[in-house]
Write a protein that binds this ligand. Structure first.
Ligand code: ATP
Ligand code: MG
Ligand code: FE
Length: 336
């Protein structure tokens, strides 16, 4: 089964071709990061326009690189939420047009489900069930993946997403956008014990997260230093902030695995690229006899291959969409 997948939920225009859901024949990603950099974040209207400019060429490149034509496609997968409505509509309209013209089934995919599925591409032997920590630009979820397409959300952030926290702190430090990779790099040169930022665990048995208090603590620290005219060691701030985020993410994930009886934790989403998070999770999990999986860097951030994998499992399980499918900007995981 050949799947063509399209992703345009935020600032990456992407198309991919997959064989039988897990073999990536092509995965073309046109990122708009440079375009949005000067604004310090994604500007929705600018993103939509750029998607329109790019999408046809991106799809054609995906077909060319996979060495196929439109006639070889069996199923079309597309992100229909969550994301920016204008951005989503570009990919979705294209996918619907192709589905109609080629008379091939359309499968609407939840973008967050796509992030989880990146792991099925990375490791061809990985099978549910497992615990998945999804940490992306807009979401932070701790999920029990019971089967392909079957999720139970154990916890979620009550305020900022993990990636959002990275981006906001980087902005406060005037480091540029997106902040995650920059903070990750600076943290390697800093002392993670330099500043004691708060770890927020919420109620004893909660798997929810909260990062807004940590964000305020970092901003207060920076303001205090400026008022006293004291030097700010950016590397130490980055390392101490990252450690505060990572420690909570790792401890809650391990607790979830233990409480629910799993010996496998899977990372997903853009922040899964964070080296501090990977290291600590591997460390703590090996102490607890839990195995860890995460996607390679290219599969962590937004790409259509992960959407194609999710679409494939929906398709073989009979979950297909029709041409009335609309973009759902606030689509929740587990909702169809
Ligand atoms: P969502 O998937 O929730 O809709 P999104 O698609 O914008 O949001 P992703 O593309 O999954 O988010 O991830 C982007 C986020 O990942 C950004 O917040 C970015 O700062 C963060 N990120 C990327 N690399 C790293 C890293 N090495 N360390 C920490 N954060 C990172
Ligand atoms: Mg992005
Ligand atoms: Fe994403």
């Amino acid at each position: 089964i050949i799947t063509l997948a399209i992703e345009s939920s935020c600032d990456e225009t992407s198309a991919a071709v997959l064989k039988n859901g897990r073999e990536v024949l092509s995965n073309i990603v046109a990122t708009q990061i440079d375009l949005h950099k000067k604004f310090g974040g994604v500007v929705p209207e600018v993103a939509s326009r750029k998607h329109i400019e790019n999408i046809d060429a991106v799809i054609q490149s995906a077909l060319d690189e996979a060495n196929i034509t439109f006639n070889d496609i069996d199923v079309i997968g597309v992100t229909y939420g969550p994301g920016l409505v204008g951005a989503l509509l570009v990919g979705l309209s294209n996918a619907k047009a192709l589905s109609f013209a080629l008379n091939k089934p359309l499968v609407g995919v939840n973008h967050i489900e796509g992030h989880i599925c990146a792991n099925f591409i990375e490791d061809k032997t990985l099978e549910p069930p497992f615990i998945c920590l999804i940490v992306s630009g807009g979401h932070t979820h701790l999920v029990e993946v019971k089967d392909y397409g079957k999720y139970e959300i154990l916890g979620r952030t009550r305020d900022d997403a993990a990636g959002e926290a990275f981006d906001k702190i980087a902005r406060a430090l005037k480091l540029g956008y997106p902040g995650g990779p920059i903070i990750d790099k600076l943290a390697k040169a800093g002392n993670k014990k330099a500043i004691d930022f708060p770890r927020v665990y919420l109620e004893e048995d909660s798997f929810d997260f909260s990062f807004s208090g940590l964000k305020s603590a970092v901003l207060n620290y920076l303001n205090g230093k400026k008022m006293k005219n004291e030097e700010i060691v950016v590397e130490d701030v980055a390392a101490s902030f990252q450690e505060a985020v990572v420690e909570v993410l790792v401890n809650k994930s391990i607790k979830a695995a233990k409480v629910k009886g799993y010996d496998k934790i899977v990372l997903a989403g853009g922040v899964a690229a964070n080296s501090g998070l990977r290291e600590k999770l591997i460390d703590k999990c090996s102490e607890n006899n839990i195995s860890v999986k995460y996607p390679s860097l290219k599969l962590c951030t937004d790409n259509a291959a992960m959407i194609g994998c999710a679409a494939y499992y929906d398709y073989i399980n009979g979950r297909i969409s029709d041409l009335s499918l609309n973009a759902v900007p606030n689509l929740k995981l587990g909702q169809k």
